[in-house]
Design a protein around this ligand. Structure first.
Ligand SMILES: NC(=O)c1ccc[n+]([C@@H]2O[C@H](COP(=O)([O-])OP(=O)(O)OC[C@H]3O[C@@H](n4cnc5c(N)ncnc54)[C@H](OP(=O)(O)O)[C@@H]3O)[C@@H](O)[C@H]2O)c1
Length: 436
């Protein structure tokens, strides 16, 4: 059996998971890859007590691994986009295949990395970079390769999903749940990337590149986080038969590709509405297969290791075959698909949930509905709350049918100018998913 020497860089959460699962399941993994997979060197700044490193060559300098002539595959699990980028480029220049779990690295530097790999006939595999343990990259690249993808919608950040699930089921405030998520280790000490949607945008662009052949770039992705969400909106959404999820949405339309990450109302009965806690899920709608849902753990040592090791098995098997026969890193894209335009959010069509505070007097709602009608927006449902004692303003909630964002903006601007409306009009986009 051919020996494939792995150089593991980073022995933190994922690195230690990979080391331990490779050791535990080695005979199955070897049989499946038809190779003997050997962790020949580990690059880490310090040992990890969960890993027995006695039989392994350990270096404190990860570049020793990338420069080691005996290493066939470098597994980058250090995170970040600076040293990790240098490490990956060094490994490729030294003729090594690369496996990474690093979404920020792929989203920010994927184009340079893949072009270096392609010019050298090497593989860069990144299954663990999106949705942790869910094999969504392989599903899109291989399992669905006979399809044209119409759209995909993903809950691809476990921290935001945990926060929204708690807000929904227990009526809690955003900041209160965020503190708990930090205590439980779901959220980083600096949770900005998670709660502002940046992490989800990184993952969405990777999925959309595979599905639609768009360039790997964060430019043009509309990104909104969950920091502004109020428990009352979660409760009203529930009353209307919807859940609020932080969705990454990529859709092929005739005018171009929509790429957006934002809080979204989804019908309570839709499959994705039932995805709670730190779990991830990606729903894919494609012309031949219809709608599929991929669900599972989006993070954690062993779930993420499961994806990294699937790449190890793939790379090991492919090392015995011709490079031309590999599925390309970002899917095989037809020339037609390469010409994609990214749609501006103003041209995107969704439903809208709208909430504002209005004087409780006759004629107010008819003014609002006239404005909506003038903007070409049709209304699906309206809720008007009874005013609390001593309060002359009431909350009005409107659910619209699918409309262009620019029409909504026009209507919102006019509603905010009404004397009978107080403060700003809040809105959240709605996806009907299976029906739209
Ligand atoms: N955690 C997850 O569930 C998960 C899921 C999917 C993808 N990922 C991705 O997987 C990657 C690793 O994440 P993680 O959670 O395992 O992070 P982590 O626990 O912080 O581990 C990273 C490890 O890399 C080491 N490291 C960083 N820079 C290094 C350097 N220059 N030289 C040697 N070692 C270095 C760190 O060492 P020190 O301890 O000495 O700092 C640490 O042990 C990231 O790209 C992350 O986005 C993680």
């Amino acid at each position: 059996m051919r020996v494939v020497n792995i150089g593991l860089c980073g022995l933190g959460t994922v690195g230690s998971g990979v080391f331990n699962v490779l050791a535990r399941n080695s005979s199955d993994i070897n049989a499946r890859s038809n190779c003997q997979i050997k962790v020949a060197q580990v690059g880490c700044r310090r040992d990890n007590s969960s890993c027995d490193l006695t039989a392994v060559d350990v270096t404190r300098d990860i570049f020793d691994v990338a420069n080691n002539p005996d290493i066939d595959v470098v597994v980058e699990l250090i995170g970040g986009t600076t040293v990790a980028f240098d490490l990956v480029m060094t490994a490729l220049k030294n003729g090594k295949h690369v496996i990474t779990a690093n979404k920020a690295l792929i989203a920010d530097h994927g184009s340079a990395i893949f072009s270096e790999a392609e010019s050298r006939g090497l593989i860069v595999a990144y299954e663990a970079a999106v949705a942790g343990g869910i094999p969504i990259v392989k599903a899109l690249r291989e399992g669905l390769s006979g399809n044209r993808i119409n759209w995909l919608a993903g809950i691809i950040n476990g921290t935001t999903n945990f926060i929204l699930s708690e807000m929904d089921s227990k009526g809690r405030e955003f900041s209160d749940v965020l503190s708990e998520a930090q205590e439980k280790g779901y959220a980083e000490a600096d949770p900005t990337f998670d709660v502002e949607g940046i992490d989800a945008a990184h993952k969405l662009v990777i999925l959309a590149s595979i599905a639609f052949g768009i360039p790997l770039s964060l430019d043009g992705i509309f990104t909104a986080g969950i920091t502004q969400l109020e428990p009352q909106d979660v409760a009203y959404a529930r009353e209307l038969g919807y859940s609020i999820k932080h969705l990454g949405m990529a859709r092929q339309t005739e005018a171009g590709v929509e790429l957006r990450v934002h809080p979204t109302l989804v019908p309570e009965r839709s499959l994705i509405a039932g995805v709670n806690g730190v779990s991830n899920a990606v729903m894919v709608n494609a012309d031949a297969v219809g709608t599929t849902l991929f669900y599972g753990p989006g993070a954690g040592a062993e779930p993420t290791a499961s994806s990294v090791i699937a790449d190890v098995v793939d790379v090991a098997r492919l090392m015995n075959s011709n490079a031309d026969s590999w599925v390309p890193a970002l899917g095989r894209i037809s020339s037609e698909l390469k010409e994609q335009t990214l749609l501006n959010i103003q041209d995107v069509e969704t439903g809208f949930y709208i909430r504002f505070s209005a004087l409780d007097q006759p004629g107010v709602l008819s003014n609002v509905t006239k404005i909506m009608g003038d903007a070409g927006i049709s209304i699906e449902a309206i809720i008007q709350r009874e005013q609390p004692a001593g309060e002359s303003y009431v909350n009005v909630i409107i659910l619209t049918n699918v409309t262009k964002e620019k029409c909504l903006d026009e209507a919102v601007e006019r509603i905010e100018l009404l004397d009978t409306v107080r403060g700003q009009v809040n809105f959240i986009r709605v996806e009907y998913l299976d029906q739209h």
